[in-house]
Write a protein that binds this ligand. Structure first.
Ligand code: PLP
Length: 393
């Protein structure tokens, strides 16, 4: 049996303080810090969503989203079925096929949209991919084609740093899955024709509904192009060649959950109360920075994102780099299990298709004090597992 080293014995001591909230899941994400179920008491329950009270709430969800995110007045914002997936697929099914298309992916959700385009819609798309930890070079993308991409790759923790490579005078549409970026990262609306997200991510809402934001150019495409494939009712945004404007003032295609709507309104109110988008972004930045600093001071853990400019401030993905680790997947799982068992970090294992490691959500609803209280436990869990490996050898 190998002796436990003095250095590791020291580090292995269990910390005394636990995070007040151990919820670091990448979705559904932690509720806002001031959240309580009592705050949902005003929900329009048991009423038609088409009654006045329901309509007012749905419209408020749309307009407060616009206000916080700074979405231009001439962009439409709709509440649509099936969370972010519903919003992305509704856009793809409704808009693609009119011109050549480029699909970009650098982790598994982006890959899912590639598969939709190539295998389901059977488009002859140009596919640009990068491995986990890397990003596709946007300077090489032809934006005269329609381009589908994910702003923040939730499963690799790699994000697009900005929209500079997207030309303002592009001929194609940009369709952007921004679900783990919205409310935590600056989204350049003039570069995005379709933007989607779910309430369940940075604002800590519920997963029932998706948000679909359309530029005037996207609306123009909807009104001038009819795709060759069948269109399910829940994807239909036009009637007789005209946009169904009602969708974008809260007359949803099918019945929404008014409880989920209320929950989103509570989250939006919290976001506004702390200072809106700059404050929400600053919270995510501070959370992520605490982890970046932790990794920089240790030689056994690193960010999965290779280029620091692409490091996510929401889904921070980490890999263990200690050469003593022989089975990376088993090691990372054991660390995550220990953190969960201690009640200090829940749901922080890497996504099932991603390289082994940890994924720690740092979105705006997470408190920096909780990240800081969790990190000494990561030290402890790592050294405890390393010592267990040494003893088993
Ligand atoms: C980048 C990305 N796209 C899509 C999804 C799917 O979102 P939803 O389950 O809300 O439809 C997720 C969920 O984690 C995601 O991170």
């Amino acid at each position: 049996m190998a002796p436990t080293t003095a250095a590791s014995l020291d580090a292995v001591r269990k910390p005394d303080v636990k995070p007040a909230n151990p919820r670091f899941s990448s979705g559904p994400c932690a509720k806002p810090p001031t959240y309580s179920l009592d705050k949902l008491a005003d929900a329009a329950l048991g009423r038609s969503h088409r009654a006045g009270v329901g309509k007012v709430k749905l419209k408020a969800a749309i307009e407060t989203t616009r206000e916080i995110l700074g979405v231009p007045a001439d962009y439409r914002i709709g509440i649509v079925p099936a969370s972010d997936t519903g919003a992305v697929e509704m856009a793809m099914w409704s808009l693609l096929g009119a011109r050549p298309c480029t699909m970009i992916a650098w982790e598994s959700f982006g890959e899912g949209w590639v598969s939709d385009a190539v295998k389901q819609l059977k488009l002859d798309a140009k596919v640009l991919k990068a491995d986990y930890g890397h990003i596709v070079d946007f300077a090489e993308v032809d934006f005269d084609t329609d381009v589908v991409f994910t702003w923040n790759g939730t499963t690799s923790g790699v994000r697009l740093p900005n929209g500079d490579a997207i030309p303002a005078d592009r001929a194609g549409l940009t369709i952007c899955d921004a679900t783990s970026a919205a409310f935590a990262q600056d989204l350049p609306w003039d570069k995005l024709d379709v933007t989607t997200f779910s309430w369940q991510k940075v604002m800590g809402g519920e997963a029932a509904h998706g948000m679909l934001i359309l530029s005037p150019r996207a609306v123009e495409r909807l009104e001038s192009y009819t795709p060759p494939w069948p269109m399910p009712k829940i994807f239909r945004m036009t009637k007789g060649g005209k946009l169904i404007e009602g969708i974008f003032v809260g007359e949803t295609i099918n019945t929404p959950s008014m409880l989920a709507v209320e929950d989103y309104l509570v989250a939006l109110d919290w976001g506004k109360s702390i200072g809106g988008l700059p404050a929400l972004m600053a919270r995510a930045d501070a959370n992520a920075q605490a982890i970046f600093d932790f990794c920089a001071a240790r030689d056994w853990i690193d960010n999965l994102a290779v280029d620091p400019a692409t490091r996510s401030n929401t889904s921070v993905c980490l890999k263990f780099t200690d050469p003593r680790i022989t089975d990376g997947a088993a090691f990372a799982k054991a660390v995550a299990k220990r953190l969960e068992a201690e009640g200090v970090a829940l749901d922080v294992g890497a996504y099932r298709d991603a390289p082994p490691g940890l994924r720690i959500w740092c979105g705006a609803t997470v408190e920096t004090a909780d990240v800081e209280a969790m990190l000494p436990w990561l030290d402890w869990a790592f050294h405890t597992e390393i010592d267990a490996l040494a003893q088993a050898a």
